[in-house]
Every structure is written in C-alpha cells, then in structure tokens.
Design a protein around this ligand. Structure first.
Ligand SMILES: [Zn+2]
Length: 318
C-alpha cells in the first residue's frame, strides 16, 4: 500500500515537472547537470567513483565483456560523449584509444582530456611480427625456419598498455584522475582529496596483501593467453608468458616453444580472460598438465577483483 502511494506521488510530481516546463525545481536541474566524466575501461570507473562519488556521472566507453583492442564505439555513445566535461584516457597506447581518441575529441573538443598514465614507468613487451604471408606459411614446416632466420622473423619491443593491472600504477592513475576532477569541479576539492586518500590507502592495503600472499613466489612463471598482467607480474616479481602474439593465435612452432618454456619453468597455470579464445590455451594446458583459470583484467570492482586474482595466482604459481 505504501509503495502504491509512493508511485502515485512520483507520478504526480513527474506530471508537475512536465507541466511546469522551464520552471522546474533546482533539485531536478542539479541532477541533470551532474558533470559527465568519460573513461575508456571499467576499472577507471571505480577510480572516478571512489573519488567523486555521486557528484559526477561516469560514462564507460568499452562496456563489460567487450575487448578494448577491437571495440567499436556506437553512435549513441558518441552522442552521450558530446555532453561530457572530461575524458580520462588510460593513456598507455591502448588500441581503443589509439583508434578512437581523435574522433572522441572531435566529437567534444571542449572536454578536459586527462592522461591517467602521466608519470607511469612503462614496461615493454614483445611485439612479434612476420614479414609476409609466405613466411607465415613456411613458419610451420621445420627446416625453413632455420633458412630464413632473423631477417624475416622480426621481434621488437612495444609499450605494454595494460598499466592498470598493478595497484602501483593504479595509484598514479588515481592521482591523475583526481587532478582532473578538481579541475572540472574545484568546489569539491576538499572532499575529493579525502576520498582519493582513502582510496589510495585501500590500494596500499591490497598491495600489502598481495605481497604477503605471493611471498616466496618471486621468479615464478605463469602463462596467460592475452598478456594483460605484465605490470602485475613486474610489481610482484613474477614472469608473464603470453600465448597470443600481437593479437594472433600462435603458430605450431610458437606453441611448441611455449610448451618447452612452460616445462622448463614449471608452469602450472594458464590464465585466460573472458572473451578470448581458449583453443590453443587448452592444447598447451593438456600438454604441460596445467590448469586453465579465468581471471578478468577489466572488472569494474577493481580492488575486490585484485583480491580474487591474487588468490588465483597463489593457487596456480609454483
Ligand atoms: Zn589487452
């Protein structure tokens, strides 16, 4: 009965708002005027919300379950973005941002652009490219690999974009996000600073827990399909070995070399993440008798997820 009354009151006030036109109350317009803060990936949404709470509305460009290397933005998202006051980019060379950032800025040239990676020490990871199709074909057959050698088998280093998977880098991202929020909403600086400090303390606590949990595992290796955990590995002294190379499935030769490395390094776990292929992963796992475990580098509940991930590492590392 009480619920019904509430609904009635709500409908009545809605009707009043609709009929009163431009004389709507200050409360209604305040909630409509909340600054919109856009971010690329879900963990960044937690960063913004932990600092600004309900004072802003967060717009996440790469939705849950989508792949930030290939995601294509919708026209609805572009419309929403045109009302954003600020865009916090990851800033580390994430494919989504490399492909879309110019268009996003063109859509809304007035929004403040914050680079959350400002101050991060980037790690490099192996980029691995093959000169041409012909080589790729021959790559699988034994002898030809030797013949062609290094000239056509290019290995180079590229910047690892997955900075957020280490709480150490996340703290830098949070500080940059805070600076941007204060710029668009200086009246709340005091509150945002308190919130930021509380969240940084949470990140320190989870970092301490991870160190404690993984103590003694330094030097351990793990295999991961898509190389999202390089910064996490670096922070905690682990060794990440990726199955996927430059976004592609490994060749038979690559698979064999992975299997050899895995045996040599006593790898017991292969991590996969939602949305990525597991065919080659399963084959390698069967070969080395490792467990395939799913961990999500893009979960929105960043700190809780890190705890889950750490438990998976603890269980899976030799
Ligand atoms: Zn990635």
């Amino acid at each position: 009965m009480r619920k019904l009354c509430m609904v009635f009151v709500l409908l009545l006030s809605l009707a009043l708002i609709l009929t009163s036109g431009c004389t709507e109350g200050p409360e209604a317009s305040a909630s409509l005027d909340k600054p919109i803060v856009a971010v690329s990936i879900l963990p960044q949404a937690e960063f913004v919300e932990k600092i600004a709470g309900d004072n802003v509305k967060v717009l996440v460009m790469v939705p849950a379950g989508a792949d930030p290397h290939t995601y294509e933005i919708t026209s609805g998202q572009l419309r929403d973005l045109s009302r954003a006051q600020m865009y916090v980019k990851v800033g580390s060379g994430l494919d989504f941002e490399r492909v879309w950032m110019d268009r996003l800025i063109a859509q809304n040239p007035d929004m403040l652009i914050v680079d959350s990676s400002n101050g991060v020490t980037f790690r490099t990871m192996e980029a691995h490219s093959h000169d041409d199709e012909e080589y790729a074909e021959e790559h699988d057959s034994e002898g030809s690999y030797e013949e062609h050698g290094a000239e056509e088998h290019n290995e180079s280093l590229t910047k690892d974009p997955h900075i957020w998977t280490s709480p150490k880098q996340a703290k830098i991202m949070v500080n940059n996000t805070y600076a941007g929020l204060v710029e668009i909403d200086p009246d709340n600086q005091e509150l945002y600073m308190q919130n930021r400090d509380a969240y940084l303390a949470e990140l320190d606590a989870v970092d301490a827990t991870i160190r404690e949990t993984l103590a003694g595992k330094e030097g351990s290796s793990f295999i991961v399909y898509h190389p999202s955990w390089g910064y996490f590995a670096e922070t905690y002294g682990l060794n990440e070995i990726a199955v996927e190379i430059e976004g592609k499935e490994p060749s038979a030769k690559d698979m064999q070399s992975l299997i050899d490395t895995a045996k040599e390094k006593d790898v017991r776990v292969i991590f996969v993440q939602p949305g990525f292929s597991t065919t080659s992963t399963k084959a390698i796992a069967a070969e080395i008798n490792a467990e395939v475990v799913s961990i999500d580098p893009l979960a929105k509940d960043y700190i809780d997820n890190l705890a889950k991930v750490t438990a998976a590492f603890e269980k899976g590392l030799a």
